[in-house]
Design a protein around this ligand. Structure first.
Ligand SMILES: Cc1ncc(COP(=O)(O)O)c(C=O)c1O
Length: 467
């Protein structure tokens, strides 16, 4: 029956299939300007509405050229995964079912699916099975959830009840972390009222790992309430901090250790790559993403916390209309949001589709592709290899050939080459600054990337460099 609902959904399905089928040939970059996009969308909001199918058709039409091909296999910018087929379909169903995944009572199946998905994630990543978890919007909110629990626990040890008494008058908390940390750590610290001045950046070695001697010095003899945030892995070169050495030192002083494992925690799924994360299971909390290496649609992060009570106390809430479920899992006890979508459903689907071996294969495959991509481009005349990938992240720089060229000229050349690659529409990269130098960051996390994508990308860069 052609109900408005069916018409709108059918249009969305066919537009989605067309979009996905066209990923191979369509430009990976945007082909329309900001002004053009604004002119297409920023129209007067009418007093009367229009049929649902027309809304969908207009949306598809007006977005043309303004959607990056990040779902495809030649998008290597930032750290952005695609969507596995089952995860995308499960995400559609999550919206269709439209459960309020705050409470078991509002979405019984959603609650149990998320409960199972959380257990599977801990198993896959070899993290303590007794830990609690929450599916958040991303790693940013996973940090927030973990660090809210950390704040509560370290202040409790100092005789302060932050959940009831707040921070005014509380003993100050220090947050020791890498100079290469992701800025989402700073923001979580700010959200929690600790202020950015509570952050102490610890120096790193030539491999981008926190120096143990600098860490010991920063930790001091008998520190007050302390949270330590370590990287697994950092976003430029996928550096893993020396967990085995640092975590016992920190824990001996009563500090809480949190791990930023937005994508790097997935190295634990691979027997071959797990070595990078040795000792990470000694930490107190771990934040990661579903929307990066697990390839579920945005938005999906995961917070995992060893101290269930600290986690629950920091997040739980009661209201007159909530009757706590004694047997089932109410997500509101663990999540920072109240009403929320059941973003754990696509995680459940992705894990079933891949299985443990499939996740390991995805992580190993991405790593191998990144090594080839960076290694081969690095050999081209005019290119310089800045960081050979150990995992899925590598760095390249492009050099101005003039004999008088300065570092600033090489920076400019690097920006120009990135812009030219992106303008070609054949591949997409993003810039970064590493050790004061402009670089092209190469990140491979998409399940769709194939050997042919890697070859095609190398050829494009070769052509741009005049090879
Ligand atoms: C290392 C690292 N940590 C944290 C984040 C923040 O993650 P999200 O964007 O999912 O909140 C990112 C995002 O790129 C990251 O690379």
């Amino acid at each position: 029956m052609d109900t408005p609902q069916h018409l709108a959904l059918d249009l969305a399905v066919s537009a989605a299939k067309q979009w996905l089928d066209g990923l191979e040939d369509r430009p990976v970059s945007s082909t329309v300007s900001l002004e053009e996009l604004r002119s297409r969308f920023d129209r007067k909001l009418g007093h009367s509405g229009i049929p649902a199918d027309r809304v969908v058709r207009d949306l598809v039409e007006a977005s043309k050229g303004g959607i990056l091909g990040s779902a495809g296999g030649r998008f290597f910018a930032w750290v952005i995964g695609g969507s596995l087929p089952s995860a995308l379909a499960a995400d559609w169903l999550t919206s269709t079912w439209d459960q309020n995944a705050a409470l078991y009572a509002c979405g019984p199946a959603a609650s149990v699916i998320e409960e199972t998905a959380g257990e599977w994630i801990k198993e896959l990543l070899h993290l303590p099975r007794e830990a609690s978890f929450a599916f958040t919007t991303g790693c940013q909110l996973a940090h927030f959830t973990c660090l809210a629990s950390a704040r509560s626990a370290v202040l409790k040890r100092a005789g302060w009840d932050v959940n009831n008494d707040g921070l005014a008058g509380a003993p100050p908390i220090r947050v020791l972390t890498s100079e290469h940390r992701h800025a989402s750590v700073d923001r979580a610290v700010r959200y929690l009222g600790l202020g950015n001045r509570s952050l102490r950046s610890v120096a790193t070695d030539e491999l981008g790992r926190i120096r143990v001697d600098s860490f010991e010095e920063a930790l001091g003899g008998s520190p007050g309430p302390t949270i330590v945030v370590l990287d697994a892995a950092d976003l430029n070169i996928a550096a893993f901090d020396p967990f085995e050495e640092i975590i016992p030192l920190a824990k001996a002083t009563g500090a809480w250790v949190h791990i930023d494992g937005a994508f790097g925690l997935f190295a634990r799924a691979s027997e071959r790559l797990r070595g990078f994360t040795k000792g990470i299971d000694l930490a107190d909390s771990w934040a990661t993403d579903g929307h990066k290496w697990l390839n579920v649609p945005f938005d999906c992060g995961v917070a995992i916390i060893r101290d269930r009570e600290a986690h629950r106390e920091a997040m739980t809430i009661s209201a007159s209309y909530i009757s706590p479920e004694r047997q089932a899992r109410d997500q509101i006890d663990w999540n920072p949001e109240w009403s929320r979508r059941a973003r754990g459903i696509p995680v459940y689907a992705a894990l079933r589709e891949l299985g443990k071996d499939g996740v390991a294969d995805l992580v190993e495959r991405s790593t191998a592709f990144c090594k080839t991509l960076v290694g081969e481009i690095g050999k081209l005349p005019g290119a310089q290899l800045l960081w050979e990938p150990q995992l899925n992240q590598g760095l390249l720089r492009f050099l101005d050939p003039r004999p008088t060229a300065t570092e600033a000229d090489h920076d400019k050349k690097t920006e120009q080459v990135i812009a030219a690659i992106n303008a070609s529409g054949k591949a997409f990269f993003s810039p970064t600054v590493w050790q004061g130098k402009q670089a092209m960051r190469v990140s491979v996390v998409n399940w769709r990337t194939t050997d042919a994508d890697i070859r095609r990308t190398i050829e494009v860069v070769k052509k741009i460099l005049g090879g």
